[in-house]
Design a protein around this ligand. Structure first.
Ligand code: AMP
Ligand code: MG
Length: 337
C-alpha cells in the first residue's frame, strides 16, 4: 500500500480517507495517533493489524467538542464534567461506562470506554471535518516507542497505512494521562502531562494504580489492559541507574564495559566518555517528556551498542509520566545507586 504524506493544509483529504474507512496517522499534542472512524469496525480492525496490537488492548475515542461525549457513555458524571471543564481540550483521557454505540473492538470487551478531546489544532480540525469521533492509538508498531515525529511513524508504519499528516514534532511527547471514573476513587491508569496533583486539585483524592510503576506479576489481570504489555522498548538492553548526577557519572565512568551507551540529561553528557543520547534537563520534566521517545529511537540507531544506562527522572509531577515510560522501556531493570 502506498502511504501518502499529507501536510497541515490537507485536512480535507485526511478526513475523506477516514470517511472512506481508511487509517491515517494524525498529529496530536501528545504523540502521533493512528486514526480511524470510531463507528467503522473494518477500519478499526486495520489499526490492530497495522500496529500488531493485541485485540484486548482497548482504544481511546477522540472527540472535537465536549457535547460529543454524551452519546458515547452511559452517564457523564459530575466528576467527568469537572475534569472536562478543567482539562479539555488537552492531554487527559477519561474512562466512563460505555453506551451501546461503542463497538466491542474499541473497548476490548470491557464495559467502559476511554474518551479524550485533544487540543492540537490539526487533530481537532480532522475530527470536525470527518464528522465522527476517531479512535487513535499511538501510531507506532506495538511495543515500540510512541512516535513524536513523522519519521518515527514512517519508520514503523509506511506501506501499512493510508496516509500520514505531517505537522512537525508533538510538543508534549508522552501519551495522555488516563483516569478512570469507574473505580470507587478516581484512579490514574497512566500518568501523563496532566499530573496527579492537578487532578486532585479538581477532584479531591485520586489514586494511582500500582501497575503504573511496578511490574505486574505474570498471572494478575490489570484493570487497564495496556499495563500488561511490553512498551516503548528500544532494541538494546536498558538499565535505569537511580541516583544523583555524581553517582550516575561515577558508575558509568568506573565501568569498563564495551558497547555501552548512556541515556542521560543534557548536563551529564560532557562528563561521559561513551556514546549518549540526551532527554532534556534534570530540572525540566516537560522537556524530558518531549525528548524521551526520540532519544530511545536514537539509541536504536547507534551501531555496536548492547547496553544503555539511563539516568533516572524524578518520580513525581510530570516526572512520574517520564518514569512510567522509561521503566517499561527498561523492562523494570533498575539499579539503586
Ligand atoms: P494508546 O492507544 O497507545 O494511547 O493506549 C491507550 C491506553 O489506554 C492503553 O494503555 C489502554 O489499556 C488504556 N485504555 C483504553 N481504554 C480503556 C478502558 N476502557 N479501560 C481501561 N484502560 C483503557
Ligand atoms: Mg501506544
Amino acid at each position: 500500500m502506498e502511504t501518502k504524506i499529507l501536510s497541515a493544509k490537507d485536512v480535507n483529504e485526511a478526513a475523506e480517507i477516514l470517511k472512506m474507512g481508511g487509517i491515517v496517522a494524525i498529529p496530536t499534542e501528545t504523540v502521533y495517533g493512528l486514526a480511524a472512524d470510531a463507528f467503522n469496525e473494518d477500519a478499526i480492525r486495520k489499526i490492530f493489524i497495522a500496529k500488531g496490537r493485541p485485540s484486548d488492548n482497548p482504544l481511546i475515542v477522540h472527540i472535537s467538542s465536549i457535547d460529543e461525549i454524551y452519546g458515547l457513555v452511559q452517564e457523564v458524571t459530575p466528576e467527568a464534567i469537572k475534569l472536562a471543564n478543567a482539562f479539555w481540550p488537552g492531554p487527559l483521557t477519561i474512562i466512563l461506562k460505555k453506551s451501546k454505540v461503542i463497538l466491542d473492538i474499541i473497548s476490548g470487551g470491557l464495559d467502559t470506554v476511554a474518551i479524550r478531546m485533544p487540543a492540537h489544532r490539526i487533530a481537532k480540525k480532522i475530527i470536525k471535518e470527518t464528522k465522527t469521533p476517531l479512535v487513535a492509538p499511538s501510531a507506532n508498531l506495538s511495543g515500540r516507542p510512541s512516535p513524536t515525529k513523522v519519521e518515527h511513524v514512517a519508520l514503523d508504519l509506511k506501506g501499512k497505512i493510508d496516509a500520514i499528516v505531517d505537522a512537525g514534532t508533538c510538543n508534549i511527547g508522552v501519551e495522555s494521562t488516563v483516569i478512570s471514573l469507574c473505580e470507587k476513587i478516581p484512579t490514574v491508569f497512566r500518568p501523563g502531562a496532566i499530573t496527579i496533583e492537578q487532578l486532585e486539585s479538581v477532584l479531591g483524592k485520586v489514586e494511582f494504580d500500582s501497575a503504573v510503576i511496578n511490574r505486574l506479576d505474570e498471572n494478575s489481570k490489570p484493570i487497564s489492559p495496556g499495563l500488561k504489555y511490553k512498551h516503548y522498548a528500544p532494541n538494546v538492553k536498558l538499565i535505569i541507574l537511580d541516583g544523583n548526577q555524581k553517582q550516575y557519572l561515577d558508575y558509568i565512568n568506573n565501568n569498563e564495559a564495551n558497547k555501552v551507551a548512556a541515556l542521560c540529561f543534557e548536563e551529564d553528557a560532557k562528563n561521559l566518555k561513551i556514546p549518549f543520547a540526551t532527554y532534556g534537563k534534570e530540572v525540566d520534566p516537560l522537556l524530558q517528556a518531549e525528548k524521551l521517545f526520540d532519544a530511545l529511537r536514537k539509541l536504536d540507531n547507534m551501531k555496536n551498542i548492547d547496553l544503555v544506562y539511563a539516568r533516572c527522572p524524578a518520580k513525581s509531577g510530570v516526572g512520574l509520566a517520564v518514569y512510567n515510560r522509561l521503566i517499561r522501556a527498561a523492562g523494570f531493570n533498575i539499579i539503586n545507586l
